[in-house]
Design a protein around this ligand. Structure first.
Ligand SMILES: [Zn+2]
Ligand SMILES: [Zn+2]
Length: 204
């Protein structure tokens, strides 16, 4: 037997073990033989403690509980992974999975950087402004990007200078191949393209 007190929209119950009055959410829903839902009479905290105690004192119970756990994990693998993703999205980026999908839709189903429709091995990534987060503690999402682009941003430490130099470097060597010039003669140790070289091969 349990007691229900308070308004209908926020029901309170008294746990039959600890006798504390707690919110409805503290009592797991269960289903009886007739398929009817009901709240358990013992609060989740007390049930968890009982479970821990029995695991520590009864090896047979522990083995059984482990087997049930494993079976349930396998049964709900997909659902659990989805919930884990939802949780991560909200807590890490402050948006829901649905909002992420909407954002990707607005981007035409393409990476916000390279415009690829292929998300890469680990799926679409939510890119947010890390500097803004450090400065304000708030999250500002820039866009949905493919995994290679997200990795590129991370490895280059989002440095405009480094990324510009990468571009120049690639274009420089691209020109060498096209022009048939020995790049080792032109490319000084250390990187920077001198004005002399720029004059030789044209503006980058
Ligand atoms: Zn209790
Ligand atoms: Zn991309």
């Amino acid at each position: 037997m349990y007691f229900v007190v308070g308004a209908k929209d926020k029901e309170m119950r008294i746990c039959k073990v600890c006798l504390e009055t707690k919110d409805d959410d503290c009592f797991t829903l269960n289903r009886n033989k007739n398929g009817k839902n009901y709240r358990r009479q013992t609060c989740d905290a007390c049930r968890a403690e009982k479970h821990r105690y029995r695991c520590n004192t009864d090896p047979e119970y522990k083995a059984k509980a482990k087997a049930i756990d494993k079976k349930s994990r396998e049964k709900h693998k997909e659902k659990n992974a989805y919930f884990a993703r939802c949780y991560l999205m909200i807590h890490k980026y402050g948006i829901t999975l649905k909002q992420k999908e909407k954002l990707l839709e607005l981007q035409g189903g393409r990476c916000a950087i390279c415009l690829s429709t292929d998300p890469g091995a680990r799926g679409w990534q939510t890119d947010h402004d890390k500097k803004y987060e450090t400065a304000t503690g708030k999250i500002r999402i820039r866009g949905i990007v493919c995994q290679p682009c997200n990795l590129t941003l991370g490895v280059a430490k989002e440095s405009h200078d480094r990324l510009n130099r990468c571009r120049r470097y690639l274009r420089f060597h691209g020109r060498q191949i096209m022009g048939g010039i020995e790049w080792l003669d032109l490319w000084p140790q250390g990187g920077m393209v001198s004005e002399e070289i720029t004059a030789k091969i044209g503006a980058l």
